[in-house]
Design a protein around this ligand. Structure first.
Ligand code: Z5A
Length: 222
């Protein structure tokens, strides 16, 4: 049986990485096979492209080229990591996916929607997440958290954008979530971590029923 595919989305410092780890651990505690991964990155080839993108080295080429690089990284990530895990029946938890390109490059970077869709067609094909959790916090809180986590290190290519950029980002995610209410769940992530984790778990339970999923094959066999 194909595994389940859950993606986390949202702006900077909304708590995606924290909650992706917590969800992966909770699913594992049920005896489910889990692959925790991220974008850009998640496979050796895609991690190299991540470095190019987040260092800002590709910024001078413009958002169209950045969108192509994110898509190239995604193509490698899907082939090397995501599809093999799903085919093995695992739950794949991914920190950002194609919706990030739709929002960052498509909406914020003003890249033509037809171009974004064409890139999705070649890189993602018909791989649609079973559930996408959009973590939502007021921009000031998200930026404060991201700065706290950096502890004095320079912000990356996207963190360095202005407040207005992050405000538009938040609005774009909320608008995108409304277009596919069956796939998206918007989670208020301004509350303490444990409360956010509970709301996420409720959404995962309601939509994908992990407690009824078969445990790992090796566990069943032993
Ligand atoms: N990007 C793109 O443009 N196009 C694409 O297609 C893709 C990506 C895939 C990847 O950066 C960048 O690439 C990203 C978009 C762009 N832009 N930026 N920057 P990344 O992978 O390095 O980082 P990120 O994805 O933006 O996540 P983040 O900023 O690192 O934050 P986060 O994962 O959402 O949050 P966190 O690390 O879990 O938490 C941040 C801090 O807040 C940390 O100290 C936590 O302990 C704390 N925290 C978390 N939750 C809470 C709560 N509930 N209360 C209090 N404190 C909390």
């Amino acid at each position: 049986m194909r595994g389940r595919f859950i993606t986390f989305e949202g702006g900077e410092g909304t708590g995606k990485s924290t909650q992706a780890v917590a969800l992966a651990q909770r699913l594992e505690s049920l005896g489910l096979g889990v692959t925790l991964t991220r974008e850009p990155g998640g496979s050796p080839g895609a991690e190299i492209i991540r470095h190019v993108l987040l260092s800002g080295a590709a910024k001078p080429f413009g958002p169209d080229v950045e969108a192509m690089l994110f898509a190239a990284a995604r193509d490698d990530h899907i082939r090397c990591t995501i599809l093999p895990a799903l085919e093995a029946g695992k739950w794949v938890i991914c920190d950002r996916f194609a919706d990030s390109t739709r929002v960052y490059q498509g909406v914020l970077g003003d890249v033509d929607q037809r171009f974004i869709k064409a890139l999705e067609r070649v890189s993602v094909g018909d791989l649609v997440p079973d559930l996408t959790l959009v973590l939502d916090v007021p921009v000031a809180i998200g930026l404060k958290r991201a700065a706290g986590r950096r502890r004095g290190k320079n912000p990356d290519r996207f963190e360095a954008e202005e407040f207005e950029f992050h405000h538009k980002l938040r609005k774009a995610y909320l608008a995108l979530a409304k277009t596919e209410p069956k796939r998206f769940a918007v989670i208020d992530a301004s509350v303490p971590k444990k409360t956010v984790a509970k709301h996420i778990w409720d959404a995962v339970n309601a939509r994908l029923e992990p407690t009824k999923a078969p445990a790992r094959l090796e566990d069943v066999a032993s």
